[in-house]
Each structure stands twice: as C-alpha cells, then as structure tokens.
Design a protein around this ligand. Structure first.
Ligand code: PGA
Length: 240
C-alpha cells in the first residue's frame, strides 16, 4: 500500500487527478470504477479542467460506479446517477452508453445485480476510486460484509444514513437500502485509489492501514491488494 500524505483537500484532489490523468494518457480506453460522496468532488473538478485543457478525453472510457441507492428514482437529485452527471459526466465527453451504475429498479433487482456482476467481470476496472466511511466501509460494504461478495443489495447502517443526512432534509428521506459492488468485485480492480480527508476519517484510516484484516473494518481488505494508492490529508493521517 502506497500512502501519500498531503496538506489539505485541495492537494489530495490534485495528487489524485495526476494519477488519473496519467492513466488516461497512457490508456485512453481505460475502465474506471467511480465513487460518489464529498471526497472525490475535487478530483472530478480537476478532471473536468484537464478535459477542457485537452489533456485527456473520455470518449473511449467506460465507467462503472460503486453503488446506488435503492428507493430513489434515478431522476432524484441525490441519486448517485444524478450526482455523477452533475459533478462529472455532464461536463466531459464520456458516452452515455459507456456510463454504468447499478440499476435501482426494485422490480428487476435480482437480474440487474447479476448483470452488474457479470459486466464487471468482463470489464475489470483499470482503476477503482474509493472513499472510506467513518465506520470503515468502502462502497456500501458496511462493517460485517463478507469479503467474498460480488454486487449485492444492502441495508444501510444508521451511522451511514446519518453521515449522508447532509444531502437530504430529514433522516426519513435518506434511503435505507442500496446496491453496491461487493468486496470481491472491488478487489479484482487492477489498481485502487482511496482518498480520505478530515479528522472524522482518521480512526478508520489508521485501522485500514495498521489494523488486522477483518470484515468488521471492510477497508482493511485493501492490505491484501497489490496495487493500492492511499491519498490522505494531514487530518485523516493524524492517527497513523
Ligand atoms: P464521503 O463518503 O466522501 O462523503 O466522506 C465516503 C464514503 O462514505 O465512502
């Protein structure tokens, strides 16, 4: 695990975008695993800038997002589908048919989950971008999730729902379920880039890097991957 400690969020976003820009320049047909949340927004802004400066193109890039809420239509402003379009896809030349997020239609859930797993076996991400939850989750693999899982539907913990309350008006509006890539799917990616900023992540980051590998701290599995870059700000690194 390569750990890079930066001064602040801005530097974390710059360091992360350097890595992604280099990948896309070497491999314009790269498959990217993408994440939502507050952490990657700065990275996405830098990628949009690099695209506008003609440094990179996404015209042959495929993307697969980590997760999506259940119980919100894709058109809802806080669906991850909307988030990704608002923060990245609407501003670059990625083709809509190359954009993939878990489908969140309850009626076809079982088949859609299976299809997502199969699509990710055929399209193994060259780079998977990850954040980390304060409880050590990656994607929506909450503490206790099996290391052996592919895409699955998950009940969100109250902690995660409270963490995500900032995007909604009331806790009752925060979805209780989601579909997420499983740990096994995430671990198949060729390279993983995990970013974390702020003191609230310091304990989870410390356990991820220095603790034992355990399903109670899902991100700790990354110790077993041979190509992980962790980019932290000083606060997230403060317990290392
Ligand atoms: P955040 O979420 O980027 O909004 O902190 C990260 C996560 O929960 O994985």
């Amino acid at each position: 695990m390569q750990v890079i400690i930066c001064k602040d969020y801005e530097e974390v976003s710059q360091e992360a975008s350097r890595l992604v820009v280099n990948l896309l320049r070497k491999n314009p047909r790269a498959i990217l695993g993408l994440a939502t949340g507050s952490t990657p927004i700065g990275l996405y802004q830098n990628l949009i800038r690099a695209y506008n400066n003609n440094e990179i193109s996404f015209k042959d890039v495929k993307s697969f997002n980590l997760d999506e809420y259940l119980g919100l239509p894709r058109t809802h402003a806080e669906s991850f589908y909307s988030f990704m379009h608002r923060h990245l896809f609407d501003h670059i030349d990625i083709k809509e048919e190359n954009v993939h997020l878990p489908n969140n239609d309850e009626d076809t859930l079982k088949k859609d989950i299976n299809d997502y797993t199969e699509a990710l076996k055929k399209n193994v991400p060259d780079l998977q971008i990850l954040g980390i939850g304060a409880n050590g989750h990656i994607g929506f693999n909450e503490p206790g999730s099996s290391f052996d899982s592919e895409t699955f539907a998950v009940d969100l913990t109250l902690k995660t729902r409270i963490d995500n309350l900032r995007f909604f008006n009331h806790i009752d509006e925060v979805p209780t379920r989601a579909v997420t890539m499983g740990i096994k799917t995430i671990m198949r990616s060729r390279q993983i880039l995990l970013m974390a900023t702020g003191e609230g992540k310091a304990e989870a980051v410390m356990k991820m890097i220095k603790g034992s590998v355990t399903e109670t701290l899902p991100a700790s599995i990354l110790q077993k991957h041979n190509n992980v870059v962790v980019i932290l700000d000083e606060l997230a690194a403060s317990r290392l």
